[in-house]
Design a protein. Sequence first.
Length: 273
Amino acid sequence: MRRFLVLLFLLCPGPASSQAPSQPRGAAPLPPMAADANPSFEVAAIKPGDPDARGKGLGLRGRDFSAENFSVNDLIVFAYGVQVKQIVDGPPWIDKDKFDISAVPNALGQPSAGQWKTMVQKLMADRFKLTFHHEKRELAVFVLTVGKDGPKLSKNENGVPVSGDINMRVAREGMTFTARNVTMADFVSTLQRVVVDRPVVDQTGLADKFDFQLTFAPDGAQFGGMRLPAQSEDVAAPSLFTEIQEQLGLKLEAVKAPADTIVIDHIERPSPN
C-alpha cells in the first residue's frame, strides 16, 4: 500500500495538495516564494540510488526537495510534464540508472509547482548536461474528446483552490479522482503521468476550469500494472474508458497521432557533488 501511494505522489506533482509543505505542529506556514522569482537549487546533493531498492519517491516539503531512486526519465517527466514515451533517443542508462537527490532553493519562501519544475530543469542542464529539442512524432496516444451527448462537468465559479487540485484515493471500486478548479490540460497531464501507458492529447476544446469526480478500476496496463490494495475480485470493475464517458461525458480513444516529443541531444551521468 505504501509503495503504491509513493508512486502516485511521484507521478502526480501537479495538484497543490500533493505539494503541501510538511510543517511541524504549531509552526507558522512558509510564505509563498515571490511569483516573479526564477529560483535555482542553491545546494543539490546527487548520489547513486540503492540498486536493490524497490519503488521510488518524491518529497516536496517546505523548502526541501528530495527524490529517491529516480531515473533521468523520472526527472524529465516531473520537470516537463510529459509521459515517459515522449522521451526519445536517449541512452539506455537514463531509465536504468537510479539516483537519490536532496536540494534546497536559493530563494526564500515556499516554491510553487512551476518553480519546483524550473529548479529541476536547471539542475538537469547543470549537473546532467541535458540538452534536447522538441519534435512531432507519430506515437500511439489516447485522444480525449467530448462525448456525443456533451460534457457532464461543473464549471468552477469561485476559483478555489487557486492553482487547481486533483486528489486521488483508493476506493473499493478501484480509484477515485476528485478534481477542483482544474483545466482539461491538468486532467490530461494527470492521466498520462499517473494512469495510462501512453501520452494523452486533449481535443475537447473545453477552456473552462471544472469540478468533477471520477471512479474507475484500473486494468493491467494502468498505474504501471500495479494492483490496487483495496481492489476486490467480487466488485464490479468499471473501466476508465467506460466511466470517463458515463461520469464525465468525455471519450478516451486509442489512436496513432503526431505528438510532441523530447528528443535527447546530449546527456551525461551527473557531475560529482
